[in-house]
Design a protein around this ligand. Structure first.
Ligand code: FAD
Length: 373
C-alpha cells in the first residue's frame, strides 16, 4: 500500500522530554502524536489505560448533533471530525492492534411532528451539504431500521458522522506510542508537578521525573495536579452511565439518536445505550435508577430491545467546563500545557487535540482554539 508523504514519520532529534499526566483518550492521543514527531514521552496514570471517563465512552463522532447551533464548540468539533481519517491511518501504520472505526452516519429520530419540524429546519443550515444531511420519511426510515418504534415519523440522516471503539482505539495509540519510544507508567499516580530551574518535576509516590514540559490531561482530576491553578473551579465531573446490550438479530447499522437516549451498534451485535448526565461529584458508581432510565428510553426507540441480552453497565466522569470548551494550550508558563475539560466530546476531539498540542510543542503554533488562560 502506498503511504501518502504526509503520513511518513519524520524522526527529529528527541530533545523534548515530555511528561503526559493521564492515560485517557486525550493523553494517549497526545503521547502517540508527540512520539511520532520525535519527542521522548513519559505517560503517567494512577489507573490502567483509559480507566477514567474514556472506558465509559460511547465513541460517537457527531459534531453536527452535539454542537449544531454554531459557535466555538461547533467550529472545534467540526475540525475534530475532519482530523479523524488521517489520524486513524497514521495510527494503523504503526500499531497492528485492531479497533472498530466507521462513518456510517447517524439517524436522529423524530418521535413526533414537532421534533420532525425542528430536525428538518437544520436542512437549511449553511453546513447542511458538507454534513451530508438528508431527511428520511417514516417509510424510508423503516426500510433502514426495520425494528424502529412504529410511532417514529422520520429521521435526519447525517452521513458524515461515525463512531470508534474507544477502548481498543486507545490500546492501539498506547501501543503505537511505545513502539515509537514512549514509556507508560500505569498504576502510578502523580502527586505533584513542580516548576524548577532544571525543568518540570513530576512527582509520584516512588520517584520524581524531570521533563522539559508537562501536558496535563487528567480529565476531571486535572485541577488536583495543576501547579498554576489555571483549572481550579473550571473543570467539574459530570457522571454518565451507559448500558451494553446484545441483540445481533436486529442488524442495526447506524447510530440512532432519540430524545432520551442514543444507541451505538457494533459489528459483534452488541449495542451501547447512553447516557445519563448527573451532577454527583466524584461518585463513579452505576445505579439502579440510571440503568432503569436507559433501558426504558432504549425500548421507547426500539421495542424489540426488551428481549436483548443485558451485558453490562459502565459509568464515567465527563470533565465538564462552564462553556463546554476544553482548556487547551499553555498558560502562564510555557512548560505547562493543558489538554483537559473535553466534557461530552473527548473522543471526537482527541486526534485534533493531539495535533494542536504537537504543533505547539514542535512549531510554537498558538491555535485560536487555545483557551488555557
Ligand atoms: C457515558 C459517557 C459517554 C460518552 N460518550 C462520548 C461520545 O460518544 N463521544 C465523545 O466524543 N465523547 C464521549 N464521552 C466523553 C469522553 O469520554 C470524555 O470527554 C473523554 O473520555 C475525556 O478523556 P480524558 O482523557 O480527558 O479524561 P479521562 O478519560 O477521564 O482520563 C483521565 C485520566 O487521568 C488519570 N488521572 C487522574 N488523576 C491522575 C493523577 N494524579 N496522576 C495520574 N493520572 C491521573 C485518570 O486515572 C484517567 O485515566 C462520554 C463520556 C461518558 C461518561
Amino acid at each position: 500500500m502506498d503511504v501518502p508523504a504526509s503520513d511518513i514519520i519524520v524522526p527529529v532529534a528527541p530533545t523534548e522530554r515530555i511528561a503526559v499526566v493521564g492515560a485517557g483518550i486525550i493523553g494517549c492521543a497526545i503521547a502517540f502524536e508527540l512520539s511520532r514527531r520525535g519527542a521522548a514521552v513519559s505517560v503517567f496514570d494512577g489507573r490502567s489505560l483509559g480507566g477514567g471517563a474514556t472506558q465509559a465512552s460511547a465513541g460517537i463522532l457527531a459534531p453536527y448533533i452535539e454542537a449544531h447551533e454554531g459557535g466555538p464548540l461547533f467550529e472545534l468539533t467540526v475540525r475534530g471530525l475532519s482530523a479523524y481519517d488521517r489520524f486513524v491511518r497514521q495510527l494503523r501504520a504503526v500499531s497492528p492492534i485492531p479497533f472498530e472505526y466507521g462513518r456510517p452516519g447517524t439517524l436522529e429520530i423524530a418521535e413526533d411532528a414537532g421534533r420532525a419540524r425542528e430536525l428538518r429546519a437544520r436542512l437549511s443550515a449553511r453546513w447542511a451539504a458538507s454534513a451530508g444531511l438528508e431527511w428520511l420519511d417514516a417509510e424510508r426510515l423503516e426500510a433502514l431500521v426495520r425494528c424502529i418504534h412504529t410511532g417514529a415519523v422520520g429521521a435526519l440522516l447525517c452521513a458524515v458522522h461515525g463512531y470508534v471503539a474507544a477502548g481498543p482505539f486507545i490500546a492501539a495509540m498506547a501501543d503505537a506510542a511505545q513502539r515509537l519510544g514512549a514509556r507508560f507508567h500505569l498504576g502510578t499516580a502523580v502527586t505533584g508537578v513542580d516548576l524548577e530551574s532544571s525543568g518540570v518535576c513530576v512527582d509520584t509516590a516512588g520517584e520524581s521525573t524531570t521533563a522539559d514540559r508537562v501536558v496535563l490531561c487528567a480529565g476531571s482530576w486535572t485541577p488536583a495536579i495543576d501547579p498554576l491553578r489555571q483549572t481550579a473551579d473550571r473543570i467539574r465531573p459530570v457522571r454518565g452511565q451507559l448500558v451494553r446490550l446484545s441483540a445481533p438479530e436486529l442488524r442495526l447499522r447506524h447510530v440512532l439518536w432519540g430524545r432520551s437516549c442514543y444507541i451505538v451498534p457494533w459489528h459483534d451485535g452488541t449495542l451501547l445505550v447512553g447516557a445519563t448526565s448527573e451532577d454527583v461529584g466524584f461518585d463513579e458508581r452505576t445505579t439502579a435508577e440510571g440503568v432503569r432510565g436507559l433501558l426504558t428510553a432504549a425500548e421507547g426507540l426500539i421495542p424489540d430491545l426488551r428481549s436483548a441480552t443485558f451485558v453490562d453497565v459502565r459509568a464515567g466522569l465527563r470533565p465538564a467546563t462552564v462553556d463546554e470548551l476544553p482548556i487547551l494550550g499553555p498558560a502562564g508558563d510555557p512548560r505547562i500545557i493543558y489538554a483537559a475539560g473535553h466534557y461530552r466530546n473527548g473522543v471526537l476531539l482527541a486526534p485534533f487535540t493531539a495535533q494542536l498540542i504537537s504543533n505547539y510543542v514542535f512549531d510554537s503554533v498558538i491555535d485560536p482554539a487555545f483557551s488555557a488562560t
